[in-house]
Design a protein around this ligand. Structure first.
Ligand SMILES: NC(=O)c1ccc[n+]([C@@H]2O[C@H](COP(=O)([O-])OP(=O)(O)OC[C@H]3O[C@@H](n4cnc5c(N)ncnc54)[C@H](OP(=O)(O)O)[C@@H]3O)[C@@H](O)[C@H]2O)c1
Length: 323
């Protein structure tokens, strides 16, 4: 698989990154191992997770996706050095006042817990999951810089950051001589373009921040499987997500999906492959984070790499989905 330079760093990553939010949620351990094995064999060398995955399930303390990856790495120790392993910190992982956030206190305890669950002594990319307005950015960046200096973390990135916060972070790193974020993980897909494209895209292009978008299929909406008058099947993301249900009654999202489906028909590919290919081809994008729950979905998602979109296809997608 092609390898791409990751932002301002020297590290190389595949254009698809395996997301793991579904591990321990819609994919059990067996299915997760199958997906991990097959993704690795196909050439994906980049895995994204977070400490909180899958804490939203009733009674679940979180950390399940990290634990599954840790178990898989213990079975396959030779793969550890080949993989760029990314996780995140910020979300609530306990009931105490310091069991969440981006304080030095929480970051130092969260990284230890993540390392334990992942069964490794370093994290390749440690990302702040979303901003913490109650902690000065300098405190967060200094804590992350210390983790890099002592070798527990190799690179740092941010997720769900608005433009002003990303710029403030880059300036603070410069001013205080601290390590800078090399990546941004935004919510970005054909039916959710404006949040990233309005300002973040230009910052990332001008400051060489590697962009790794999440929810590239809008949680499954862009597969086309929910379109129609049937309610989303029980257990699917569509049945659990208000956002997907909103797409299903939004005329602009539905007309965008129609263009995706039409191009897929013409190219003899699936709608998800067309949607993923569009995203991989956008400026600033280094690697797109997919979230397959099983081998069939992974195989379909991987097929995006062989889609060839003509300039005219890109124009139809760009203009049809414009915000
Ligand atoms: N930083 C953040 O705040 C954040 C937030 C969200 C996600 N993420 C990361 O991004 C990753 C991907 O996000 P995402 O899961 O929302 O991505 P997505 O690609 O938009 O949605 C993936 C879901 O779509 C459905 N799907 C995928 N391929 C399919 C196919 N070929 N046929 C039918 N259904 C298919 C599956 O759901 P069902 O089978 O259940 O319908 C699958 O779990 C996550 O795993 C996580 O690592 C990060």
């Amino acid at each position: 698989m092609e390898q791409r330079s990751f932002g301002r760093s020297g590290v190389k990553v595949s254009p698809l990154c395996l997301g793991t939010m579904q591990f321990g949620w819609t994919a059990d351990e067996k299915a997760s191992f199958e997906v991990l094995d097959a993704a690795y064999d196909a050439g994906i060398n980049f895995i994204d997770t977070a400490d909180i995955y899958s804490r939203w399930i009733d009674g679940n303390p979180g950390g399940v996706a990290e634990s599954i990856i840790g178990k898989w790495l213990r079975k396959n120790p030779e793969k550890r050095t080949q993989i760029i392993l990314a996780t995140k910190v910020r979300g609530r992982m306990g009931e105490g006042p310091n069991d969440e956030g981006l304080s030095r206190k929480h970051i130092f305890s969260a990284v230890e817990q993540s390392l334990k669950r992942l069964g490794t002594d370093y994290i390749d990319l440690y990302q702040v999951h979303w901003p913490d307005e109650s902690t000065p950015i300098e405190e967060t960046l200094r804590a992350l810089d210390d983790l890099i200096r002592d070798g527990r973390v190799l690179y740092i990135g941010c997720s769900n950051y608005p433009a002003w916060r990303l710029m403030e972070s880059l300036w603070t790193s410069d001013r205080c001589r601290l390590t800078s974020f090399i990546s941004l993980q935004p919510h970005y897909n054909l039916v959710h373009r404006d949040e990233f494209e309005r300002e973040l895209e230009d910052i990332c292009l001008n400051y060489d921040i590697g962009v790794i978008p999440y929810s590239p299929l809008a949680g499954g909406f862009l597969t086309g499987k929910y379109a129609g008058d049937q309610a989303p099947p029980e257990g699917s993301r569509g049945a659990m997500s208000d956002r997907i249900q909103a797409y299903l009654i939004d005329p602009h999202s539905l007309s965008t999906l129609e263009i995706v489906k039409q191009i897929a028909l013409e190219r003899k590919k699936s709608p998800s492959q067309v949607a993923l290919r569009w995203l991989i081809s956008r400026p600033a994008i280094v690697s797109v984070i997919i979230g397959p729950r099983d081998l069939d979905q992974l195989e379909d998602n991987l097929g995006c790499l062989s889609v060839e979109l003509a300039d005219e296809d890109m124009r139809r997608l760009d203009e049809g989905s414009a915000w």
